[in-house]
Write a protein of this length. Structure first.
Length: 378
């Protein structure tokens, strides 16, 4: 429902136009068979002017009222005056505010009614033709404004859509960044906690009989916890700061695999590493994903496999393709599957996000094998 304030412009315009029409009409004089204006003639002028208050709400109703008022005015043989401009304005408003069909019907009705009344009052003349040209001009101008308004509305809608798309894209990127950080935290913390768990268990078994071995285990626990705390600190700094994020974010890659394997060996895991091909040609995104997959695989070995030996193989092709394999001979005594939980899903998402593919299979001779591969186009 329209608010009272929205009536003010139309009401003000109607008052001004009605006042001007009354002022001009009062100075009209009868000529020929035209009759002098009386109270009824002035009332028709007032009714026609008052109809302008409905300009923005009921343009078709305005045209209907104006057609009736003009037909009665013309049929009463009052002198021609500014009241006839209401017909032009009413048809213009219909063409502008509604559509082509309504404008065409309104023009035919206006020309038809006024043409018939004109012929009935004055006989055949050129007046009906004047009404036709008059109505055509009003309909064309109104249609031009309507088309312009439609074009502006379409541009505005498109701008709104683009703005909303940008906001959705920004939210999507934020969600992806959060997911990436969550994966990194999961991989780093899970690997460190698995190392700490293994070393703590080893220290508990040998603390009385071999204190020096317990000391080594505690040192390994200290290193693992220190590393994960450092990485957590960097990630938290990344979340707090807006500037220089790219330079401070940890980006482990294939070059850090020897350190990862050494950390596993320090946790008394028997791990061998074989790297074939130039790892420098692998993109940073793929290298980081491969590192995290190996890290999660070794974490699963430490937590679930009870393996006596684990092999990590990295092959880089001449076409920059990459294949990694983590194979263990564990019995799975500590768990039913490698990485029961989000581990395997996270590895698969990392591989697919960088254009690779992941396979996790149980070996017939015991243990599990994790394979990930990327072609040279990634």
């Amino acid at each position: 429902m329209a608010t009272p304030v929205s009536w003010v412009p139309d009401l003000f315009g109607a008052v001004v136009v009605t006042g001007l029409m009354l002022l001009i009409t009062s100075h009209l004089s009868s000529a020929g068979d035209r009759r002098e204006l009386d109270a009824f003639g002035y009332a028709l002028v007032v009714v026609g002017g008052a109809s302008l208050t409905l300009t923005r709400r009921a343009p078709r109703l305005i045209l209907g009222l104006v057609v009736v008022v003009l037909a009665v005015y013309l049929g009463s043989r009052y002198p021609n005056g500014p009241i006839f401009a209401l017909g032009w304005w009413a048809l213009f408003v219909v063409s502008w505010r509604t559509g082509r069909r309504s404008a065409t019907v309104g023009a035919v009705a206006l020309c038809g009614v006024l043409g018939v009344v004109s012929v009935a009052v004055d006989g055949p003349s050129v007046v009906p033709l004047v009404f036709v040209a008059w109505a055509a001009l009003a309909a064309l101008l109104g249609g031009a404004l309507r088309n312009r308004r439609s074009a502006l509305d379409e541009l505005q809608e498109r701008a709104y859509y683009l703005e909303r798309t940008r906001e959705e894209e920004a939210r999507r990127r934020i969600a992806e960044d959060r997911l990436s950080i969550a994966r990194d935290l999961h991989d780093s913390v899970a690997h460190a906690m698995a190392t700490i768990n293994v070393q703590a268990g080893a220290a508990g078994h040998v603390v009385d009989r071999r204190p020096e071995a317990a000391k080594e285990a505690l040192a390994a626990i200290q290193r693992a916890s220190g590393d994960v705390l450092d990485e957590l600190g960097v990630m938290l700094q990344l979340l707090r700061d807006d500037g220089e994020v790219a330079d401070r974010r940890p980006t482990p890659g294939l070059d850090q695999l020897p350190e990862l394997v050494d950390a596993g060996r320090a946790a008394h895991l028997a791990i061998s590493l074989q790297v074939d091909g130039p790892t420098a040609v692998v993109s940073k995104a793929v290298g980081a994903a491969a590192y995290r997959i190996v890290q999660e695989s070794l974490t699963n070995v430490a937590r679930h496999a009870s393996a006596s030996h684990t092999e990590v193989t990295v092959q880089v092709g001449a076409d920059r393709s990459l294949a990694i394999e983590v194979c263990d001979d564990g019995s799975g005594a500590n768990g039913s599957s490698p990485g029961a939980g989000v581990g395997i899903r996270g590895m698969r998402e990392r591989a697919e996000a960088t254009g690779g593919r992941l396979e996790v299979q149980r070996r017939l001779e015991g243990g599990f094998v994790v394979r990930a591969a990327w072609d040279g186009s990634t």
